[in-house]
Design a protein around this ligand. Structure first.
Ligand code: ADP
Ligand code: MG
Length: 363
């Protein structure tokens, strides 16, 4: 398989093992986002792919070529960093063409490549400007332009949007997705922001403590998290995780805890019956709560002691208690509803998750 492949890659700094052993296959042309909390080893992984960091074990293949010990320039990659140092004395065109000029690329070809990259990034009107006369977003696009003109086999991004404000980040997410469509190149993108990952990725790689927790499409990691870490990390606001116990009441399988008693959905019955332990963690996504029993799902009553109801427009965010535990609920009630109060709510029991409490693995 071409693309990018990591085989049993290990990284240690002296006695400290940062990546115990990592296997990952990225298909050619795929947009893969590696996401995880700060310090989990995302940059290290990306820098090993780029050749900016040596590996302590294992091998790395790019386009079927073993590049484990190859220098960065022999890997046919282009990298965009979080902090991008543009040359302040050069205009946009100069910044974008710098590497090509250094490589002795013919002038006509340089002009053509800069023109195309500028066009793609909507930088054409600014080619003569100096970085100080550009907005933050424009500067970030120039930094990307510098990579794009080189037309590498694989593009590597290390949190390139972290320094931008929220609105610009959203715009750039869309632009990056478009860019990927136009360039049809393999892209590996690193971020700690799960929304960025969900919106842009063909596939998401969720990492914690140097270990891959799950690989899947945005839909897969949202609908079928394989463990508690992924469950809590993917989704906004986060999934509520409550201590519970499986109870079998003459074939009626339920999960119970302080303040709730929910039916276990049909699709989980076999796994719940065969579970090693009755002690579980129940996962309830905020968006699967509702205020009335009007839906067509398998709605089960649950009492919420509401502390705060936030008006969001068509829905309200509730900070509430179930028993002794804090939960968040996002309830669709339309824009004219009064602030929601404590009372009986419903949860779509079809969509609850169960995790083994000891191992954290999904049942
Ligand atoms: N040069 C280094 N020497 C020692 N430890 C390092 C070095 N670079 C990174 N680390 C450690 O490796 C871990 C992963 O770092 P990094 O890959 O930068 O995480 P992320 O990009 O996910 O925030 C961190 O615990 C960090 O402290
Ligand atoms: Mg990093």
């Amino acid at each position: 398989m071409s693309g990018v492949m990591l085989r049993q890659v290990v990284k240690a700094y002296g006695p400290i093992v940062v990546i115990p052993e990592l296997d990952l296959s990225i298909a050619e042309g795929e947009f893969v986002v590696i996401v995880g909390p700060s310090g989990c080893g995302k940059s290290t992984t990306l820098r090993m792919i780029a050749g900016l960091e040596t590996v302590s074990g294992g091998s790395i293949f790019i386009a079927d070529k073993d590049v484990t010990y190859a220098p960065p320039k022999a890997r046919d990659i282009a990298m965009v960093f979080q902090s991008y140092a543009l040359y302040p004395h050069m205009n946009v065109a100069g910044n974008m063409s710098f590497a090509l000029r250094l490589a002795g690329t013919p002038k006509a070809e340089i002009e053509e490549r800069v023109r195309r990259a500028a066009d793609m990034l909507e930088l054409t009107p600014y080619l003569d400007r100096k970085p100080k006369d550009l907005s933050g977003g424009q500067r970030q696009r120039v930094a990307m332009g510098r990579s794009i003109v080189r037309d590498a086999y694989c593009f590597l991004f290390d949190e390139p949007l972290s320094n931008l404000d929220a609105k610009l980040r959203a715009t750039m997410r869309t632009e990056l997705a478009l860019l990927h469509k136009r360039l049809e190149r393999t892209m590996v993108y690193v971020t700690h922001d799960q929304i960025e990952a969900m919106t842009m990725a063909d596939r998401i790689v969720i990492m914690d403590k140097g270990i891959i927790q799950q690989v899947g499409t945005p839909r897969e990691v949202y609908t079928a998290p394989e463990n508690l870490f992924v469950a809590g990390f993917i989704g906004s606001p986060s999934m509520n995780l409550l201590q519970g116990e499986i109870a079998d009441q003459a074939g009626d399988l339920r999960v119970r805890g302080a303040g709730f008693d929910l039916p276990i959905p049909q699709r989980m019955k076999t796994r719940a019956t065969g579970a090693r332990s009755r002690d579980v963690v129940v996962g309830l996504r905020p968006e699967h709560f509702s205020a009335s029993d009007s839906g067509d799902g398998d709605l089960a009553p649950i009492r919420l002691e509401v502390d705060v109801a936030e008006y969001i427009g068509s829905s309200q965010f509730l900070a509430a208690m179930v028993g002794e535990e804090h939960v968040t609920a996002s309830v669709d009630v339309g824009p004219d509803a009064a602030p929601l109060a404590s009372g009986d709510y419903f949860f779509d029991a079809d969509r609850l998750y169960l995790f083994d409490r000891a191992s954290g693995q999904a049942l």
